[in-house]
Design a protein around this ligand. Structure first.
Ligand code: 13P
Length: 342
């Protein structure tokens, strides 16, 4: 794979005013989301759910890429077209989640290491053949007063490096996702300290393993207060701390940073992204989104699994994508949010 192609894909994924839809929930996770609304989870209902997003008219105006799960990348649309083709026709680049999940880390309590390296070279080759042009691997870092351990940080960073190297070899742009969880009562300062340490270890591992920085994207969590911290940082504080941390730790050669939403409400995730992009500090990389829940939850609520509400779900998704597209440019406003009744 020519270096130029990978770089081009990485840049296309963070094109002006566009970001990524993370629709790569595993079957158990998507089942949980559907069941909460009493929608039966079958291969068909999951396909319809995904198709609702992928066929939304105009989605390609704000969505550059969609991350799929193994089941979805092999499915056809209701009219018999491979879902990867449906995406490509919308101008959306298909991607694929390739880790096999966070598993308990031996010798540690309450920490995980993300697995999926065994056989990865062959799986990447197959996914490329199925149309994927980028991939995702999520490492999970839990924060308490004692955690994360340096063991947890280092093994996860090493695995991210192994994964990224194999992706670049296979012609796929790796999205490197070290998620620092927002669960817990920690302060925003502690989140910044941990995230800085994690990013330092991750870029060290990427350097060690000869990753071409121009051919990857970073998908971090934002610097925010723990969910149960009594003192919740403001939108401006989150933006300032997040950009400070990223400027300290992410090399300028990386084309883009695409945040995960991590359990933030959809509107807050948009506001945070917007505030980061409005700060008057140099940003050598594009700063955009790769949201799962924050892009899909509103649409799922509108759809409710009912055929007659399929379009309402699409309208809702289009609206959220548009708001986030604006936030990626620092142009999100309350008026834009209010343009559709919530
Ligand atoms: P959330 O935006 O719901 O956190 O999902 C993004 C993602 O891809 C997590 O791995």
């Amino acid at each position: 794979m020519a270096r130029q192609d990978l770089e081009q894909t990485a840049r296309a994924l963070v094109a002006e005013g566009k970001g990524i839809l993370a629709a790569d929930e595993t079957v158990p996770t998507v089942t949980k989301r559907l069941s909460a609304l009493h929608i039966e989870s079958t291969a068909d209902s999951r396909r319809t759910y995904r198709e609702m997003f992928f066929t939304t008219p105009g989605a390609g105006e704000f969505i550059s890429g969609a991350i799929l799960y193994d089941e979805t990348i092999r499915q056809n649309s209701s009219s018999g077209i491979p879902l990867t083709e449906v995406l490509t026709k919308q101008g959306i680049i298909p991607g694929i989640k390739v880790d096999t999940g966070a598993k308990p880390l031996a010798g540690a309590s309450d920490e995980t290491v993300t697995e999926g390296l065994d056989g990865l070279r062959d799986r990447l080759k197959e996914y490329y053949g199925l149309g994927a042009r980028f991939a995702k691997w999520r490492a999970v870092i839990r924060v308490t007063e004692q955690l994360p351990s340096s063991t947890c940080i280092n093994v996860n960073a090493h695995a991210l490096g192994r994964y990224a190297a194999l992706c670049q070899e296979a012609g796929l742009v790796p999205i490197v996702e070290p998620e620092v969880l927002m669960d817990g009562g920690h302060t925003i300062e502690r989140c910044e300290e941990v995230t800085g340490c994690v990013l330092h270890a991750v870029f060290n591992a990427l350097y060690d393993q000869r990753i071409v920085l121009e051919q990857m994207l970073l998908k971090p969590s934002m610097i925010i207060s723990g969910k149960s911290c009594p003192n919740q940082a403001s939108v401006d504080e989150v933006a300032t701390a997040t950009l400070r941390c990223l400027r300290r730790h992410v090399p300028a050669a990386v084309p883009g940073i695409v945040f995960l939403s991590g359990g933030q409400s959809d509107v807050l995730a948009t506001k945070h992204l917007n505030a980061i992009n409005r700060l008057d500090l140099p940003r050598p990389w594009k700063v955009s989104f790769s949201y799962g829940r924050a892009l899909q939850d509103q649409a799922l609520q509108a759809w409710q699994g009912k055929a007659e509400q399929f379009q309402a779900g699409q309208q809702s998704f289009y609206h959220r994508a548009k708001c986030n597209g604006a936030a990626a440019l620092g142009r999100y406003t309350a008026a834009l949010e209010g343009a559709v009744a919530r």
